[in-house]
Design a protein around this ligand. Structure first.
Ligand code: RP5
Length: 164
């Protein structure tokens, strides 16, 4: 069973990361979601990651704020793709998490997405695009979703459009 694993550093990350799991629900993609911290529960994080890989996790999504080391810590112990979602909050409102997540050393990638809701949603889309390489049905769903989004732009425009 292939699935995506979502790990967040704190319950305070859940409100944003629900946008990630909701996106998987919308596309009927299997996922697991847990809270585990690189700093507060390093053993739980390490053990979960090993178990998840054994069970079939093919992509990991890690969300953390402040000195955000969760995605990097996961990337250190797997060659599966790791997507990092920096969380807003703290004294620097996410700039610290964004730099901590994105600035990985060469050879240890973390695909870092945006801060906030867009990042949580895009983490799911990026994971699905990875899965869709070997899942034709999902690839079709993602293409259909793009068409829906494109049409929505035109529909939205029509409600306010002014042209000469
Ligand atoms: C990080 O510290 C968590 O991912 C969270 O974004 C941030 C603050 O955590 P809490 O103090 O709200 O639990 O590890």
């Amino acid at each position: 069973m292939k699935f995506v694993s979502i790990i967040m550093g704190s319950k305070s990350d859940y409100e944003i990361m629900k946008n990630c799991s909701d996106t998987f629900e919308k596309f009927n993609v299997k996922y697991e979601m847990i809270i585990s911290s690189a700093h507060r529960s390093p053993t739980r994080t390490k053990n979960y990651m090993k178990e998840a890989e054994e069970k079939g996790a093919v992509v990991f999504i890690a969300a953390a704020g402040m000195a955000a080391h969760l995605a990097g810590a996961l990337a250190a112990s797997t060659t599966k793709p790791v997507i990092g979602v920096p969380m807003k909050g703290g004294a620097m409102d996410g700039m610290d998490a964004m730099l901590s997540t994105v600035q990985m050393p060469a050879g240890m990638p973390v695909g870092t997405v945006a801060l906030g809701r867009a990042g949580a949603v895009n983490a799911a889309y990026l994971a699905m695009q990875i899965l869709a390489i070997s899942d034709k049905e999902l690839a079709v769903k993602l293409k259909e979703d793009r068409i829906i989004k494109e049409k929505a732009v035109e529909v939205d425009s029509l409600t306010i459009e002014v042209r000469l």
